[in-house]
Structures are given as C-alpha cells and as structure tokens.
Ligand binder design. Sequence first.
Ligand code: ZN
Length: 253
Amino acid sequence: MSINVNENCEDIVSEQIQQLQKIIDESKNIVFFGGAGVSTESGIPDFRSVDGLYHQKWKYPPEMIISHSFFVKNPKEFYRFYKEKLLPSGILPNKAHKKLAQLEKVGKLKAVVTQNIDGLHQDAGSEVVYELHGSILRNYCTNCKTFYDADFIRNAKEIPVCTKCGAIVKPDVVLYEEGLDDHIITKSIEAIAKADCLIIGGTSLTVQPAASLVQYFSGRHLVIINKGDFYLPRGVELVIREKIGEVLDKIKC
Ligand code: ZN
C-alpha cells in the first residue's frame, strides 16, 4: 500500500513540476523571492529551522549576539560567533541558484530578492540580486568606510580592524536592531510589482519584510516552493512542497 502512496506522491509532484514549467514558459517577467531554504541545500544551516543555529548551545542566545548593541559592546564574542556560524567557507551554489541564474540569462527572470547573506546567487551568475539582509562578502571600516572582503574577516585574529585607520570593520549585514536598506526595499518592491510571475522559495514568509513585500505582487502567477511550513498568501496558484533545488533542476529554460 505504501508503495502506491509514494507513487501517487511522485505523480503529484511531477504534475506540479509540469505546471510550473508551463507557468515559466508563458511568463516574461519572473521574480524569485527566496529565503534560508534556498541555501540549506548548499549546506548552510537555516537560522530558524528546528535544528538550525538558533537551537544550538552558545554563551548567549544567537539573536542577542547578532544584534547591533552586542556588536558594539562585545565585538570579540560577536566575531567568534559570526566567523563560526555565519561565515562558512567552501560553500558552493546549488541547483536552485544555478537554474535561477540561467533563467535570468535567457531573459525570463528579472530579479532575485533574497533574505540570505551568503552571496551564492551572484556566485552562480545572477546579476540582479536584491539582498534584503546584506552580504557577508562586503565589509566596511566603521570609520573610513574602506572595503574588505570575506577572507579579511576570516583571517583576522579576533576582531578585524581597518589596516588604514585601525577602526573596527563591520560586515554589511543587517543585524538585529538595525533597519533594512530603503533603497534595496524600494528596488525589491518595484521588481515584485512589475512581475508577471512571482516564485517564492525556501522561506516561511513569517519574517518581515518577507510577507509584506509579497503583497505588492499583482501579476498572473504566484508560486510557492517550500518543503517546510509557511504562511500561505492569498492568490497562490501553485504550491510545491519539495526541495527547491530538486524542483528547479527539472525546469527547462
Ligand atoms: Zn578605516
């Protein structure tokens, strides 16, 4: 009996993927909105999933460590955590990142809006990427604004300091207590509002501004690809409860 059930599930998924293919074929302005689930398939743990970072043992709660006031008060502990948990090395783009980059190249996909900070979309070749929470690949001196790459942070002994002026270097990542970049928000809203197809992947849509950004979509096709639980916005045409990389891998550009 269980074999039949599995076969039925596979049938449903392959039917859903065909439906997604049809949607992508007839769309001309696709925007992808993604979250942590897109990067978990590259081996980056999901901040908020049950077995993700937030439930691992640490001296302080992770939410406290990755906050602005903690960065200012205790940069040594901040960087100890940051380097170990948020600055992975040797991580590569997965099938989801690669397919999205291909869809952009053929002119179908116009923008990726992401909550991730790992830079994997750009690594895969995507050009228009709006990073709501910033990027670990960009770091700036808090005083003279000199740019430093991720390796500079990685190789710093404890607290990375500017080689020019000696001030502390800060990742261009939106910490707790910090606001999002208005320009990025505006660009994301513009892209979503113009899209004829919005594909939401690897996000529960429960963290702001994710849910509110999606409200700007008024196009034809709203698709959700997510294996875990998520908030279901109104007007969703297709829901695929599978791993995003596996699903997008089957799509032809
Ligand atoms: Zn400096």
